[in-house]
Design a protein around this ligand. Structure first.
Ligand SMILES: Cc1cc2nc3c(=O)[nH]c(=O)nc-3n(C[C@H](O)[C@H](O)[C@H](O)COP(=O)(O)O)c2cc1C
Length: 331
C-alpha cells in the first residue's frame, strides 16, 4: 500500500507470519530533495532500502513482492530495480501491465491485478503472443476494495453488477483449463477469517489484504492517521476521481469535501510522477495528499480505504492479527 504505508517493515512482518510481504514502490522518493532533479534515482534507491529492510527482518527468507503501478512514469525503472534486488514477485495493476514481462527475468513471478475478464483476456493475449509468458498468479480486485478502482462510476454505484464472484467466473472463462494452474487471489474487504473462508469456498486460492493492515503497528502510517480509520464507519467512505485517472475509494476528509465542492488546491508539481496526471487540470497533487495522509494530516490528506472499515477498531501487531486469522481457522 502506497504511499509508504506498506513498505519494508510491514512486508517483513507479514512474511515472518507466513504471508507474502509486499512493498508498495509508489512515492518513495523524497519530493522536497528532488525538486529539480534526481527523482528517478532517489525512487530506485529508496526502493532498494525498503527491500533490504524487509530482508533484514526476515533473514532473507520468505516470499517478498514489490507492487508497481502501471500509471507511474518511472514504472520500468522500479520494476527493473526490484528484479535486480532479487524480489520473488512483481504485482502490477492500476492500468494494464501489458509490457511487464519485458522488464523482468524468468525467475521473477508476475502477478497482474485486474477487475474484469476483459482486462485479463488482454493481459493473457499480449503476454502469450509477445513474451510467451502467463501470469504466475492473478489478483482479482472487487468493486468494494481499497485504493484505485478498475470500474466505472456506474459499476461502483451498482457493485452487484460486477461483484467479485462475477469477476471470478469471467476470469475462469478466460483461463479455461489453465485456471487450475494459475492461483486466483481475491482482493476485497478481508478483515477476519470468515472473509477468507468465504473466498476459499468460492474457489479462490488466497487473498490480498489492504485496509486492515493500515492499522497495524508495522504499517507506515502515523498513529494520528490510523485513528481516522479506527473512528471511521462505512458511511464515511466515498469514491472520488483520482489524478491517476481512475476512481479512488477514500475516507471523506476535508480535502475530499473541498474537492467535491469544486475547489482546487495550490500545488507545485516537482516531478510528473503519473503518466496520466495533467497538473493543470487535476484539483490536487495525489503524491502530496497521500504523504499528508500518512503523516495523519486530516485537513490535507487523502486517506485511501476499502469499504470494510467497520471491523477495524484497534491497532494490533501483524503477529496478533495473523494469529487471530489462524486461530479462528482451527475453531
Ligand atoms: C491505503 C491503500 C493504499 C493502496 N496502495 C496500492 C498500491 O500502491 N498499489 C496497488 O496496486 N494497490 C494499492 N491498494 C489496493 C490494495 O493493494 C488492495 O488490493 C486492496 O486494498 C484490497 O482491498 P481491501 O483494502 O478492502 O483489503 C491500496 C489500498 C489502500 C487501502
Amino acid at each position: 500500500m502506497g504511499v509508504r504505508i506498506g513498505v519494508g517493515r510491514l512486508a517483513g512482518a507479514v512474511i515472518n507470519e507466513g504471508g507474502i510481504g509486499v512493498i508498495a514502490s509508489v512515492g518513495l522518493a523524497d519530493i522536497d530533495k528532488t525538486l529539480n532533479a534526481g527523482y528517478i534515482e532517489d525512487s530506485e534507491c529508496k526502493l532498494v532500502d525498503e527491500i533490504r529492510i524487509a530482508r533484514s527482518i526476515t533473514g532473507s527468507k520468505g516470499p517478498l513482492g514489490v507492487n508497481v503501478m502501471v500509471a507511474l512514469t518511472n514504472y520500468e525503472s522500479l520494476v527493473r530495480t526490484a528484479v535486480k534486488e532479487g524480489v520473488d514477485l512483481i504485482i502490477s495493476g492500476a492500468g494494464l501491465p501489458l509490457r511487464l514481462p519485458a522488464y523482468v527475468d524468468e525467475k521473477t513471478a508476475l502477478v497482474p491485478v485486474v477487475s474484469s475478464g476483459r482486462a485479463l483476456k488482454l493481459v493473457m493475449k499480449t503476454w502469450r503472443s509477445k513474451y510467451d509468458r502467463v501470469p504466475d498468479a492473478i489478483i482479482l480486485e472487487g468493486p468494494l476494495c481499497g485504493g484505485h478502482l478498475g470500474f466505472s462510476y456506474e459499476q461502483i454505484e451498482h457493485p452487484e453488477t460486477c461483484s467479485i464472484d462475477k469477476i471470478l467466473a469471467e476470469a475462469r472463462e478466460v483461463l479455461g483449463e489453465e485456471h487450475k494452474r494459475i492461483p486466483l487471489i481475491a482482493a476485497e474487504g478481508v478483515t477476519c477469517r470468515a472473509d477468507i473462508d468465504r473466498y476459499l469456498a468460492m474457489g479462490f486460492a488466497g487473498v490480498q489484504i489492504g485496509t486492515r493492515f493500515i492499522c497495524t503497528a508495522e504499517s507506515g502510517m502515523e498513529r494520528k492517521g490510523q485513528e481516522h480509520y479506527i473512528r471511521a464507519c462505512a458511511g464515511d467512505v466515498t469514491v472520488v476521481q483520482s489524478p491517476v485517472g481512475l476512481p479512488v475509494r477514500v475516507l471523506r476528509s476535508p480535502l475530499v469535501e473541498r474537492m467535491l465542492s469544486g475547489q482546487r488546491e495550490k500545488f507545485k508539481c516537482p516531478y510528473k510522477c503519473l503518466i496520466t496526471c495533467d497538473m493543470k487540470k487535476v484539483p490536487f497533487c495525489i503524491a502530496q495528499a497521500l504523504l499528508a495522509a500518512r503523516e495523519g494530516d486530516w485537513e490535507n490528506g487523502l486517506f485511501m480505504t476499502g469499504c470494510n472499515v467497520d471491523p477495524i477498531t484497534q491497532i494490533t501487531t501483524v503477529k496478533e492479527f495473523i494469529a487471530e486469522l489462524l486461530q479462528e481457522a482451527n475453531v
